[in-house]
Design a binder for this molecule. Structure first.
Ligand SMILES: Nc1ncnc2c1ncn2[C@@H]1O[C@H](COP(=O)(O)OP(=O)(O)O)[C@@H](O)[C@H]1O
Ligand SMILES: Cc1cn([C@H]2C[C@H](O)[C@@H](COP(=O)(O)OP(=O)(O)O)O2)c(=O)[nH]c1=O
Length: 212
């Protein structure tokens, strides 16, 4: 079997960039890598969620658990592709996975909800839906200010990457970062590794290559 690694963090943290750098490094050492990104996998569930976040579906985005289900259905639709890649012994790198739901949903509710939300996402996605469990989850922790600055710069250069309602709310981003830290520290679902802004992509690639 291959290895499943989810890369998590705030919008603009650099997940996409890090995924590409790690892919390049692993491929250079002869590994085959399959990289997928959520919610960009391309199902109608992700489209509905994206439209809601851009205010296109009335009050849909106000339903935190409803949004959580849309993102979960999107991942469930991708699960056969993930399993097939793991069976081919690929390293499967996911740019966002279930922890994104745990972090963003909890951040949108009140602080005391973190544990209940994390439990619901875990039970729904890994328990009931049977999604593949990551061997490693990575929290790309560059701080809220740097992530926002990078997202803003990217948005200025590419209008198709304009930030949505979650991503332009500074308070929500700070809360989301705090929930991610709690998930990583409690080893939610599987082991976590924190990757800082100054850490080289090679250190992560080496850690993934040595996953037993
Ligand atoms: N390590 C880095 N140093 C400097 N800029 C970076 C770094 N990682 C990403 N960026 C830039 O920050 C922006 C957001 O990165 P991206 O990978 O798209 O973030 P995410 O996928 O987490 O939203 C991009 O313009 C990217 O070029
Ligand atoms: C995958 C996922 C994303 N999100 C949120 C995080 C972001 O605010 C938003 C979109 O994710 P993002 O990674 O920014 O996608 P894109 O680059 O295609 O715009 O969805 C969740 O709330 N739960 C999830 O399960």
């Amino acid at each position: 079997m291959g290895r499943l690694v989810a890369i998590e963090g705030l919008d603009g943290a650099g997940k996409n960039t890090l995924t590409r750098a790690v892919t390049e490094r692993l491929e250079a050492t002869g590994r085959t890598v399959t990289a997928l990104a959520f919610p960009r996998y391309g199902t109608q569930f992700a489209d509905l969620a994206a439209e809601a976040l851009r205010g296109g579906n009335g009050d849909v985005a106000d339903s935190v658990y409803g949004m959580g289900l849309l993102f979960a259905f999107d991942r469930q639709a991708a699960a056969p592709d993930i399993r097939a890649a793991l069976e081919r012994h690929d390293v499967v790198l996911l740019d966002r996975y279930a922890a994104s739901s745990a972090a963003y949903s909890a951040a949108r509710l009140h602080e005391g909800a973190d544990g209940a939300v994390a439990g619901w996402v875990r039970e729904t996605e890994f328990g009931r839906f049977g999604l593949p469990v990551p061997d490693l989850q990575v929290y790309l922790d560059v701080g809220v200010a740097l992530a926002a600055e990078r997202a803003q710069r990217r948005e200025a250069g590419d209008a198709s990457r304009a930030r949505d309602a979650y991503e332009t709310d500074a308070g929500l981003q700070a809360r989301t970062g705090a929930v991610y830290t709690g998930l990583a520290e409690s080893a939610w679902v599987s082991p976590w590794r924190i990757h800082g802004a100054d850490d080289a992509p090679e250190t992560l690639a080496d850690a993934i290559a040595s996953l037993s």
